[in-house]
Design a protein around this ligand. Structure first.
Ligand SMILES: [Zn+2]
Length: 209
């Protein structure tokens, strides 16, 4: 889905970046790429299914949602009227390349973390919410200090490979200039994702900022 990232103000994006970093820190799983699927599976009242697995559950996914899933690659299906019985079923296409799949899952995680409302019908979303979910995904899979260190050292193509995200999205994220205000969180993320060895080069990149 095409989204307009200019809908998000700089301060809002900084907030998204911090939220995404907090998610990475909480997952506590070191190394790249960031495991967006594991994060979603940890969300409350959430089941993550591939489009294929859905068929075996025989749940009647409404046709407009089926079409949306084909088009977007992933969506969240919210079932149950009342809050306490609500279930979130995240559906994703596993026939897409891993990088795209990961991006789509990170985007859906963004909707959940940002508490966007899910309708039971088609995912007719607010453009600003779509942009926010996208930027959350970008900052989750490629936290700025990690992204810059990797691109500087290995080049964009290799960085995209290591981060496990679509090259197109990596280039878009390189156009963002959002840094955490929380130095400790930044260091934690770099250490978690890059390991101690690489953080030295980040400090160097920092000095040149
Ligand atoms: Zn969305």
């Amino acid at each position: 889905m095409k989204t307009d990232w200019t809908l998000i103000q700089r301060e809002e994006e900084a907030q998204l970046a911090r939220l995404a970093a907090a998610c990475v820190a909480r997952l506590g799983k070191p190394g790249l790429p960031v495991d967006a699927l594991a994060m979603l599976q940890r969300c409350r009242a959430t089941t993550v299914l591939t489009a294929r697995q859905l068929i075996s559950t025989q749940m009647p996914l409404p046709e407009p949602m089926r079409a949306a899933l084909r088009k977007c690659g992933a969506l969240t299906w919210c079932r149950g009227e009342r809050e306490e019985e609500r279930r979130y079923i995240v559906l994703y296409r596993d026939d897409l390349p891993p990088a795209e799949r990961r991006w789509n899952l990170a985007h859906e995680l963004g909707h959940r973390i940002l508490r966007h409302a899910f309708s039971e019908t088609v995912e007719e979303r607010h453009p600003k919410e779509e942009a926010a979910a996208d930027l959350f995904a970008g900052h989750l899979l490629a936290p700025q200090p990690v992204l810059r260190a990797l691109c500087g050292e290995k080049g964009e193509k290799e960085a995209a490979k290591m981060l496990g995200m679509p090259g197109k999205m990596l280039r878009k994220m390189l156009g963002r200039y959002v840094f955490f205000t929380d130095r400790h969180l930044e260091e934690t993320i770099c250490e978690l994702l890059l390991g101690k060895f690489e953080t030295e080069s980040i400090q160097k990149a920092d000095e040149n900022r």
